[in-house]
Design a protein around this ligand. Structure first.
Ligand SMILES: [Zn+2]
Length: 427
């Protein structure tokens, strides 16, 4: 192992034990972890004449990325038996807690050749990482400079190496704690992420500003010819979400939008005489024109407008006994009395929803400013340089570096956490 790998290996162990302090994973979760130059990967695919700055500008600020390798939906019968929802998708790690022996996880003997990974996590080698090892030195950036970096006999490391030749001479002035980034990315890998996105911006043929702004709860389903034939289910995180001011559940929007998509498919099948969805051949423009006549379109447009000025909150149970199955989840049609009851037993976390959408960051993090300096710093969209976890944790260390709200969101999704065991089983 290279020095980097052995240092990173130590950080992985520290990060995993931080998570294990508060998230009870009964069945092992498998993580595929990769460290490489995000810039170099981009350069390898770019025009050879392109400058490093042009190719890497927008990637050199990304510390890492991670997510579940797969999302699964349960049939209504399985969902009822397991105490989960049937109209959302669940991340691989969580499904493994419910049904560890399912065929999707392959042979359960878990030799390295047949492991089915639950999480893929990538880390950017272009950054200067540091690997604090004991809690006494975690707090001190100066200790790090004099310690680990001093041991290596250098005070900076090059960015963007291409073979032996540094392709950028930028000197490193800030160091990121690998452990903090690992914990953050692994929590994304557990499914702390959003499926809401203006997916139509990805289509080159549709440029109208109104269409580009539409928010969808999940990506479009397309047939082999690339034609839109439906819409996927939102992630389970969506179930806790509501607009901050109006209190409207996002799940209600999701249902309206998905119904509008289904209605559109039915109408286009009829008008084009298509009997099988595999044969559907309408263009995205035709699809969207038809979709624009539905209530689902109004919902997508309405939400896109509202989130420009309203935050999204994620409701989570404040104690484990309050949330055992999806039936305990508050609904959009609660009475006033139920509403009061609900607000005493649930709390709301503020999600990161900047006015200008930031793909990969918006909706998938806690609000950056609201939680700055708080015990919820971990799932903010930016890493904090020059400080280790122990140096950054609040005085209330009951939940370690993973805040109560982050654990609450994981609890709402169905994980067993320090807030209490909630994973249902087929006993
Ligand atoms: Zn993140």
């Amino acid at each position: 192992m290279t020095a980097f790998c052995s240092e990173a290996y130590g950080s992985v162990h520290r990060a995993i034990s931080r998570i294990a302090q508060t998230v009870d994973l009964t069945h092992p979760v498998w993580i595929s972890m990769n460290v490489y130059s995000f810039c170099q990967q981009r350069l390898d695919m770019a025009d050879p004449n392109a400058s490093v700055a042009a190719v890497c500008d927008d990637v050199d600020s990304v510390l890492g990325s991670a997510g579940p390798t797969a999302w699964y939906a349960f049939s209504p019968q399985s969902a009822a038996a397991l105490g989960v929802w049937s109209n959302v998708t669940y991340p691989s790690s969580l499904v493994r807690q419910h049904i560890p022996d399912d065929a999707v996880f392959g042979d359960s003997s878990f030799t390295s050749n047949n492991v089915v990974y639950d999480i893929v996590a990538n880390f950017n080698a272009d950054f200067a990482w540091w690997f604090p090892k004991n809690d006494d030195t975690d707090a001190g950036y100066a200790d790090f400079i004099n310690g680990f970096m001093g041991k290596l006999g250098r005070s900076s490391v090059p960015l963007y190496t291409s073979g032996d030749q540094p392709v950028s001479s930028a000197s490193v002035t800030s160091y990121y704690d690998m452990e903090q980034t690992l914990v953050h990315e692994f929590i994304h890998g557990l499914g702390f992420t959003s499926s809401w996105y203006p997916y139509l911006t990805l289509s080159g043929s549709i440029r109208s500003a109104a269409i580009k702004a539409l928010m969808f709860p999940s990506d479009f389903l397309r047939n082999e010819g690339g034609c839109i034939v439906g819409m996927g289910l939102p992630y389970v995180t969506d179930r806790g979400w509501a607009l901050a001011e109006s209190g409207i559940w996002l799940n209600g929007y999701a249902e309206r939008i998905r119904a509008g998509i289904d209605e559109t498919v039915v109408a286009l099948k009829a008008s084009t005489g298509t009997s099988q969805l595999e044969d559907a051949a309408w263009t995205d423009d035709v699809f969207v024109s038809q979709f624009a006549t539905t209530d689902g379109y109004q919902a997508a447009l309405n939400l896109a407008t509202r989130i420009k000025t309203q935050a999204i909150v994620s409701w989570y149970p404040t104690a484990p006994s309050l949330f055992v199955t999806p039936n305990d989840m508050p609904t959009t049609s609660m009475s006033a009395a139920e509403q009061v009851d609900f607000e005493t037993s649930w709390a709301a976390a503020v999600m990161y929803t900047p006015q200008k959408l930031q793909p990969g960051s918006s909706f998938s993090h806690f609000d950056n400013q609201y939680y700055e300096g708080s015990s919820e710093f971990m799932m903010r969209p930016y890493g904090t340089q020059g400080v280790g976890l122990d140096g950054f944790m609040s005085a209330d260390t009951r939940y370690g570096p993973i805040g109560r709200a982050t654990l609450g969101v994981l609890t709402m999704m169905g994980y067993a956490t320090a807030l209490g065991p909630v994973v249902a089983s087929l006993a």
